[in-house]
Write a protein that binds this ligand. Structure first.
Ligand code: BGC
Length: 246
């Protein structure tokens, strides 16, 4: 059976029905731009459109770039502040007339990688996934179980929020070469290693496609691998979360 997945990002809202047996999209994904300022009501309207596009009726999972507890956004690092305390399950449920289950976007991508990607079969130990994009999103798995909402992209390094130094947006904003950015990203991973000693580190988000450009600069003990599902991890993981109620 298919479940519907939506991935809400800073520039686009992507969606597709997902076959949860194979982890593949059941139809080609549909993407609409994220509205300017991305206020809750405007985003809800776009969510309504992407669901209508597929004429979907059934449960919906959604990844959103904030800490989420029981469907409610608790933070708003890269989105409008009015999201804080918004019950997103309810807001999107009202416009789509479907049951909606929202989780953190990096948690969604991590769930997908653990089920269908490079984390498949890693049932023992600690896996740390970091999505490198507008922000630094993180997902932590202990013996295959997700510890939700870790928000470890916001640890402080050299007196600054880590994602301000080492996200892909920071690389672009500061016009850094891959080498210069890789130094900062490596320092970030070294901090994470000193806190969690993961067995495996998965690099996701847009920067996972460029892994070969900076892999040699990464110097930590853990095995470091790029994500496998690339663009669709967020959609697939959101659908999985709706199915499993994670
Ligand atoms: C947010 C996280 C999110 C990450 C990636 C961070 O700024 O705090 O909740 O997972 O960006 O989108």
């Amino acid at each position: 059976m298919d479940t519907f997945g939506i991935d809400i990002g800073g520039s686009g809202i992507k969606a597709a029905p997902v076959n949860l047996t194979t982890g593949e999209l059941a139809s080609p994904r549909y993407r609409l731009p994220t509205p300017d300022q991305a206020k809750p009501k405007d985003v809800a309207r776009v969510v309504e459109q992407v669901v209508k596009h597929f004429d979907w009726k059934g449960s919906i999972g959604c990844g959103f770039p904030a800490a989420i507890r029981n469907g409610v956004a608790l933070t708003a690092a890269n989105v409008d502040h009015s999201w804080i305390n918004t019950n997103i399950d309810q807001l999107f449920g009202e416009v789509t007339h479907c049951p909606v289950h929202v989780i953190n976007d990096a948690d969604a991508a991590g769930l997908a990688e653990m089920a269908f990607g490079v984390g498949k079969g890693k049932e023992k130990g600690v896996v740390f996934m970091v999505t490198v994009g507008t922000g630094l999103g993180t997902a932590l798995f202990v013996d295959g179980h997700l510890v939700p909402n870790t928000e470890l992209g916001h640890i402080e390094i050299r007196g600054k929020d880590a994602e301000r130094r080492a996200s892909d947006a920071a690389r672009q904003r500061k016009n850094l070469t891959w080498e210069a950015w890789a130094d900062k990203f490596n320092e970030y991973l070294q901090h994470i290693e000193r806190l969690f000693y993961p067995d495996l580190v998965i690099i996701g988000g847009g920067a996972s496609k460029e892994f070969s450009r900076y892999a040699s600069a990464i110097n930590i003990r853990a095995q470091v691998v790029p994500a496998q599902l690339l663009n669709n991890a967020g959609i697939v993981g959101a659908a999985l979360a709706a199915e499993k109620g994670e």
